[in-house]
Design a protein around this ligand. Structure first.
Ligand code: GLU
Length: 459
């Protein structure tokens, strides 16, 4: 079988963690089986869909590297096709026009509520009705749902699921303005796009029986369904904006590497043994729906941050360098003068969790905050003078620089931090820096000696 999966977001906001996880699993399944991954934009909610959201979704997918083989297809460009299928269903007796006005529907609802019943369409325009078609009213098209029996499927994640038909009413499939409702558009598209596996969030489980009825009415074989467990925040509540960053672009802007975010997403409801850090290539080699968990997954931002740190440690220096440079430029920090950015990044990256943290740590090699040397005590000052002397004679490699520092510690009787802190301060303008020998090496002979002698003059 040629596997075809799809991701079908509604462009009503950014691509969030949940949507990206769905996209990743659909993508991985297609890639695993040498199939095709299709992108479809479900833009039929005219009030809430925006171009900005479409752009954000495409941008997020591209940034993550979730490449699609076909699309993006837009539902609003396919209205003629939905009308055609609705007409076919009407002709075959599976759907019918309903001319009920908004007021009549409201009235029906009120009566049902008063009787303590669940509001539902009462089927008054079902085929065989004796009603007179009102003039000037544009009808909706409703699907004729069987009233007896039940409908079910074997979900590839959740196992067998079924619903009694009496719980489903005759849903509207085409609105009066010709725009399809979600459940109809999705079926027509999944059929036309020859989707073999519908992989989506489990908030759609309740929609699936309605969709299956439509597939059956069209006498088409069903795709397989796989409903992914929902995602909770670290506090056990459903993941939402309350939990901080939930959109993919925000993670990008906060300095996450796409590979790290993907890895974190991959662990949301799927596992491969105890493997924690793995590449997308590995995931594609391993991914199966059988190991998707039945219960809710938890997204822990701390874990994502940790994951990012792992990826930063092993990332290509060139990649880190370009990303860091961008941020430094925004901070008006010029990296052309001073040590090579690659070398600086190599030194600072292991402690960083995000790219902005790298930039912050790298900044000290390209900017200098004039320190206040007036508070140095006499013993510290003379130790620094000795250090300056020893540095002048040094070979300027990390080892010799480290040795020079240790010799001064010994000779002066100071403790290492008592010397290293003020040395850092004079050389970099800060007291918090990576290891002193490495900092001296990178900042370079000329600059270090100039800064030290300037501040120790007259001492
Ligand atoms: N457009 C739907 C949503 O964004 C997805 C529908 C589906 O995957 O079937 O929730």
């Amino acid at each position: 079988m040629n596997i075809r999966t799809r991701f079908a977001p509604s462009p009503t906001g950014f691509l969030h963690i949940g949507g990206a996880r769905t996209a990743l699993f659909s993508w991985a399944y297609a890639r695993r089986h040498g199939g095709k991954f299709i992108l479809r934009i479900e833009d039929t909610d005219l009030e809430r869909s925006t171009e900005t959201s479409v752009a954000a979704i495409l941008e997020s997918m591209q940034w993550l590297g979730l490449d699609w083989d076909e699309g993006p297809f837009f539902q609003m460009k396919r209205l003629a096709r939905y009308k055609e299928v609705a007409d076919q269903l009407i002709a075959a007796g599976h759907a019918y026009y309903d001319y009920m006005s908004r007021e009549e529907l409201e009235e029906l609802r009120k009566v049902q509520m008063q009787r303590g019943e669940k509001p539902r369409y009462d089927g008054r325009w079902r085929p065989g009705h004796k009603l007179k078609v009102p003039e000037g009213v544009k009808p909706v098209v409703r699907f004729l749902t069987p009233r007896d029996g039940e409908i079910g499927w074997h979900d590839l994640v959740k196992g067998p699921i079924s619903f009694p038909n009496k719980e489903l009413d005759d849903l509207v499939i085409l609105r009066a303005d010709g725009v399809p409702t979600y459940n109809f558009g999705v079926v027509v598209d999944d059929l036309d796009m020859e989707i073999t596996h519908v992989i989506r969030g489990d908030d759609h489980v309740n929609n699936t029986p309605r969709q299956i009825h439509i597939f059956n009415a069209m006498a088409k074989p069903l795709p397989a369904f796989a409903h992914l467990p929902m995602i909770l925040g670290a506090d056990g509540e459903r993941l939402s904006k309350r939990h901080g960053a939930v959109s993919v672009t925000q993670y990008r802007d906060e300095g996450y590497l796409p590979e790290a975010l993907l890895n974190a997403l991959a662990r949301l409801g799927w596992s491969h043994g105890n493997d924690e850090v793995f590449s997308m290539k590995q995931m594609v080699g391993w991914f199966d729906l059988g190991h998707v968990s039945h219960s809710a997954a938890q997204f822990d931002p701390e874990k994502a941050l940790w994951m990012n740190q792992q990826y930063i440690k092993n990332a290509d220096l060139n990649v880190l360098s370009n990303l860091t440079k961008e941020i430094l430029q925004k901070m008006n920090v010029n990296t052309d003068a001073g040590p090579k950015l690659d070398q600086v990044i190599f030194l600072v990256k292991d402690r960083a969790h995000t790219i902005p943290q790298i930039a912050e740590a790298a900044k000290i090699f390209y900017t200098y905050d004039e320190p206040d040397a007036s508070k140095l005590t006499a013993p510290v000052r003379s130790a620094l003078v000795l250090l300056l002397e020893k540095l002048r004679a040094s070979n300027w490699d990390r080892k010799s620089l480290g040795a020079a520092v240790s010799e001064v510690v010994k000779a002066s009787g100071l403790k290492m931090p008592e010397l290293a802190m003020p040395a850092r301060l004079l050389v970099t303008g800060r007291t918090q820096t990576p290891s002193l020998d490495a900092v001296l090496e990178l900042i370079g002979r000329e600059t270090v000696l100039a800064r030290l002698s300037r501040h120790l003059k007259g001492g």
